[in-house]
Design a protein around this ligand. Sequence first.
Ligand code: FAD
Length: 339
Amino acid sequence: MEKKLYDITVVGAGPVGLFGVFYAGMRQMSINVIDSLDILGGQLNALYPEKYIYDMPGFPKVMAKDLVKSLAEQATIGKPDMHLNRKIMKIEKVSHGFDLYCESGEIFQTKTVMLALGMGAFKPRKLEVAGLEEREGKNVHYVIKALDHYKDKDILVVGGGDSAADWTLAMSFPDENKKTRAKSTTLIHRTEKFSAHEASLNQIHRDTATNVYTHTEIQSLKDISDGERTRLEVTLVQNLTKETRTILVDDIIICAGYVAKLDFVKESGLEMQGNSIKVNDRMETNIPGIFAVGDVCTHGGKLKLIATGVGEAAIAANFAKTHIDPSAKAFPGHSTSKF
Ligand SMILES: Cc1cc2nc3c(=O)[nH]c(=O)nc-3n(C[C@H](O)[C@H](O)[C@H](O)COP(=O)(O)OP(=O)(O)OC[C@H]3O[C@@H](n4cnc5c(N)ncnc54)[C@H](O)[C@@H]3O)c2cc1C
């Protein structure tokens, strides 16, 4: 069977890529969407699905997963083909445009490419403590999917960055129904100095009953079962004095950062500035037909925000249209008169 040649392939189905898909649909392009994750929404669904975002136009506040749901619905207008769980490893310039090579062995053909890769294909950085790996997804978590899971439980949060502080606060505070989520929260960090926002740390100390231990790491874990549920007896060690203490928790949340890979971009001949792809004011890279948008790109006025990223995606989709058809106008017309 002959392979489908798409007008545009959007690599990265984060918020910015999804809005690019919508705009490409508005321009009646045939669209392929590829993401290495098995879910849509990029960082929003993978890292903070239950956090509120406050800087979206028209939404005083919107939960990250709800914003993704709306973006995904909006993106269906152009009936895109979705290929999730596919990591792009190589882009090759060919006579019809580009061939995109996936880790799975598949090759996709496209006339233009919109790279909306965010920080790259990312995975949580794992802690190397015996016993953590086998409990992953049970009572050891690197990604928070639903806050409800932690209600009335004893929670240990590990980390010193914004995610650790934010999840500690999210677990400690009463939710909208005025019920406290977690029964207790403990926050440990391996050094004295937290990189989390000072205001969040002050709030943890001032407004929550969180036990905060610095210079502290997990030494060992043991399952404690009462027949109904299995809890974790965690031995913590103060890494300066070597003193230990034991706490009993239901779940451990580990916020040790992420490892992101952009290797293929660096090897594809795209002009880079640090870890970002350089683009002009049409979001074009140095390779005609390849556009870059969102967190992965950089230009004179770059801000790594969703609100500005989606504007970049609209620009890229419209200029991808003119790249394929030079007689087409870049201005798409107003959506109010299109639908
Ligand atoms: C905790 C937290 C809170 C935040 N709060 C806000 C906020 O309030 N307001 C705001 O504007 N921004 C906020 N941000 C930043 C915001 O999430 C990012 O700016 C936004 O996600 C960027 O969108 P994107 O689509 O460019 O990239 P991403 O969301 O990173 O999506 C990129 C997608 O590309 C995929 N990908 C990467 N490489 C490959 C590959 N080789 N093959 C296939 N797929 C690939 C990834 O799997 C991913 O799904 C926050 C970020 C964090 C971590």
